[in-house]
Structures are given as structure tokens and as C-alpha cells.
Design a protein around this ligand. Sequence first.
Ligand code: FES
Length: 95
Amino acid sequence: MSRLDVETPSGLEVVAYEEGSPLMDLAEDQDLPIPFGCQSGKCGICQVEVLSGELAEPGTFEKAVLESFACEPKVRLACQAMMGEGRVRLRILNV
Ligand code: FES
């Protein structure tokens, strides 16, 4: 198990996670306040910024969507990202 820290408007949420698990499943299971819309990489509302640590490399589809939204390099789509290994800290961008 690894540790995910999420900066939210109400403070820091800390949860444990299994490597390779979908970030969206983790967010839903742990009631993390990441907003989800389409859940399929189309709307962009679920953007998070990776402040430290690493998520798994984005897939071709996620990369294309992030490029279409002109996102900064550390921004990921929570509905598409998979957890990597080790401690990760995220900030929710659309709150
Ligand atoms: S929920 Fe729409 S892109 Fe992630």
C-alpha cells in the first residue's frame, strides 16, 4: 500500500492506495472531493495537479485530451489516471 495526499478546499485528505488502481475508483471509494462529470475523458472537470510523486504514465488517449485542453505538464485527468507507486500529493483544480 502507498499513500495519497489530496489538497482539498477543506484541508488535506490522506488515503492509502494499491499501486495500479484507477484514481477515479479510489476517489469514489474514499469520498475524495474530486469533481467528476463525463468520467470518460471528455469534459476536463476532473483535472488534478500532481504536486509531488508520480502517477502511472498517461495513456495515449489521456495525453491527447490533456493536449487538447492545453494543460500544464503536471496536470492529469482523475477519471483516466492510474495510481503509480509511492507517496503522491495532488491538488484538485476545479473546486
Ligand atoms: S470526468 Fe470528464 S474528463 Fe474526467
